[in-house]
Design a protein around this ligand. Structure first.
Ligand code: ADP
Ligand code: ADP
Length: 226
């Protein structure tokens, strides 16, 4: 079934850049969809539009089964390109952030924080500060932060781009396992053909200027690979 659809989206920025034009995409429940394309083709803009962080100039975003804006927003987890953790806050307080923005007190968030850190294998690091962690661990904290809201839809913007290849391989497998445990839908932005082929149940290939989908490729079923 369809989770969200983008129909004939056009996005022109105030400086005149036409980032997307005639952009169509349908995201199906429980798929692992990669948006694959070169830098600057509009992948982040697509994620931001799905998340409601940017408004399309023209076109529509359709959520067939969601009741209202607040509910839908609460069901989206966003993982940014660099971990973007607050350096002055502990790992646990970083994971709390999206819950805090939704009005959940630190005390009431405690169980969710602990669960999310357990999912990414960082239970022992709740009281650590980001600077004490490796790059791979920081990225896992930022995944835990996105998971803390129990998202139905996880949007990931080149999350592993800054990591070395070994950390990246490991996180790819962790992510596939997480997705199958949590039964969530993932839209994963990457310019890596390898990464999209390994991870995805479907790949949407984008071309730039203006950004639009030029091919769709079926991948392997969602879930762990080995
Ligand atoms: P990608 O994620 O594929 O690298 P982006 O979605 O970040 O691509 O950007 C698509 C195009 O839109 C690029 O040409 C970029 O320079 C431009 N762009 C992105 N954000 C803005 C903005 N806020 N203002 C103006 N131009 C932007
Ligand atoms: P990097 O991007 O630096 O390779 P990794 O996530 O691969 O990051 O972790 C690098 C090192 O950090 C590991 O060798 C290990 O010593 C430590 N580390 C990572 N995760 C954990 C964990 N859950 N518990 C204890 N140590 C960990």
């Amino acid at each position: 079934s369809e989770l969200v659809a983008l129909r004939d989206i056009c996005k022109r920025f105030s400086n005149g850049v036409l980032a997307l034009d005639g952009f169509d995409l349908s995201v199906k429940a429980n798929e692992f969809l990669s948006l694959l394309g070169p830098s600057g083709c509009g992948k982040s803009t697509v994620l931001r539009i799905i998340a409601g962080l940017a408004r399309p100039t023209e076109g529509r975003v359709i959520w067939p089964s969601s009741c209202n804006d607040d509910r839908r927003r609460s069901e989206i987890g966003f993982v940014f390109q660099d971990a973007t953790l607050m350096p002055w806050a502990t790992v646990a307080d970083n994971v709390w952030l999206p819950l805090r923005l939704r009005g959940v007190s630190r005390r009431n968030a405690q169980d969710r924080i602990a669960e999310s850190l357990a999912l990414v294998g960082l239970s022992d690091f709740a009281k650590a500060y980001p600077r004490e962690l490796s790059g791979g661990m920081r990225m896992r904290v930022s995944i835990a932060r996105a998971l803390s809201v129990k998202p139905r839809l996880l949007l990931m913007d080149e999350p592993f781009a800054a990591l070395d290849e070994i950390a990246r391989f490991r996180l790819n497998d962790d992510l596939l396992r997480l997705q199958s445990d949590l039964r969530c839908t993932v839209v994963f932005v990457t310019h890596s053909v390898y990464e999209s082929a390994y991870l995805s149940s479907r790949i949407a290939v984008m071309s730039p200027r203006p950004g639009r989908i030029v091919a769709e490729i079926e991948g392997m079923p969602p879930g762990p690979r080995a």
